[in-house]
Design a protein around this ligand. Structure first.
Ligand code: ZN
Ligand code: FE
Length: 270
C-alpha cells in the first residue's frame, strides 16, 4: 500500500556523511536517486555517491555559511541535473528554488515531500526542511539551529527570534528525527549537565553519547522527544534551568527570552 505522504511503501535510507571536523552532510536515498543537505564539501559526498552508485537529484540548503554551501558548485558540475533548493532570503550559489515558510519541496524521484519552515536566529534567513520518510518516521533537517543538547550561535538574529524558531521545531511530532549539521553533542552535554545537574535523562544520554563517540559513531539523528528532555535551550520553562541561568548571569530573568539569552551567553563562554 502506498502512503500519501511518501508515495512509497519503503522508507528512504538516511546517512550522515562526515565532513570537515564536525559537520554532517545528510544523504537521503532509495538505492538509485539521492538528495543531500548542506554539502559544505563535495568530496565526501561524491565518494559516497560513487560507492553506493547513486544519482544526485537534489541539493537542499538550510543557510548560507560556507561549511554548508561550499560543495554545491562541484556537485552541480558532476550532476548537472541536480536541483538546488535554498532559503529565499540568503544568497546561495546555484540556487534554483528560493524557499520560505509554507513552501514545499517535492522530491519526485525519492517520493518524499518536505515542508519548509522559517527558523531565523543563527542566520537571518535560515530554513528547515520537515517531512515524513514513513508515517512512523518524521524527519527534520535543521542545519545549525537545533543541535543535540544545544542550538546555533546567534550570528544574525536575536534571542527572541531564535527562541521562537526553537519553539516552532519543538511543536513537531515527538518522534521526529532531528538531523542537525554538526556533531557537537558531547560538548553540549557537558555544559547541559552544569545547567541541570539533577536531570537523570541527561546523565543517561551523556553516557550513551560518550559510548557512541568512543567508536566514532554519530550521535545523530537525535529525536525531538529526547531533545525536549535534555536540551536546555528547549527547557527555558523548567525552574532549575531558570534558576541556574540566572545564577550564572547574575541577572534576574523577566521572561523566557531572558532565560534563553542567559543560556546562550553561558554556552558561548563555556
Ligand atoms: Zn552555520
Ligand atoms: Fe555550520
Amino acid at each position: 500500500m502506498k502512503n500519501q505522504l511518501t508515495g512509497s511503501a519503503t522508507a528512504l535510507q538516511l546517512h550522515a556523511i562526515p565532513a570537515f571536523n564536525d559537520n554532517y552532510i545528510w544523504l537521503l536515498h532509495n538505492g538509485q536517486s539521492a538528495a543531500v543537505v548542506d554539502p559544505g564539501d563535495a568530496n565526501p559526498v561524491l565518494q559516497t555517491l560513487k560507492k553506493l552508485n547513486l544519482d544526485l537529484c537534489a541539493i537542499l540548503i538550510t543557510h548560507h555559511h560556507h561549511d554548508h554551501v561550499g560543495g554545491i558548485a562541484d556537485l552541480v558540475a558532476a550532476f548537472p541535473q541536480a536541483v538546488v533548493y535554498g532559503p529565499a532570503q540568503e544568497s546561495i550559489p546555484h540556487r534554483q528554488h528560493a524557499l520560505a515558510e509554507g513552501d514545499e519541496v517535492d522530491l519526485d524521484r525519492l517520493a518524499i515531500r518536505l515542508q519548509v519552515l522559517d527558523i531565523p536566529g543563527h542566520t537571518a534567513g535560515h530554513i528547515a526542511y520537515f517531512g515524513h520518510n514513513s508515517p512512523e518516521a518524521p524527519i527534520l533537517f535543521c542545519g545549525d539551529t537545533l543541535f543535540s543538547g544545544g542550538c546555533g550561535r546567534l550570528f544574525e538574529g536575536t534571542p527572541a527570534q531564535m527562541l521562537e524558531s526553537l519553539e516552532k521545531l519543538s511543536a513537531l511530532p515527538a518522534n521526529t528525527l532531528v538531523c542537525a549539521a554538526h556533531e557537537y553533542t558531547l560538548s553540549n552535554l557537558v555544559w547541559a549537565l552544569d545547567v541541570e545537574p539533577d536531570n537523570p535523562q541527561l546523565h543517561d544520554y551523556y553516557q550513551q553519547a560518550g559510548d557512541l563517540r568512543a567508536t566514532n559513531t554519530p550521535t545523530l539523528p537525535s529525536t525531538l522527544a529526547r531533545e525536549l528532555q535534555i536540551n536546555p535551550f528547549l527547557r527555558t520553562h523548567i525552574p532549575t534551568v531558570q534558576l541556574n541561568a540566572a545564577k550564572q548571569s547574575g541577572r534576574k530573568a523577566h521572561n523566557r527570552i531572558d532565560v534563553f539569552a542567559q543560556l546562550r551567553e553561558w554556552k558561548n563562554n563555556a
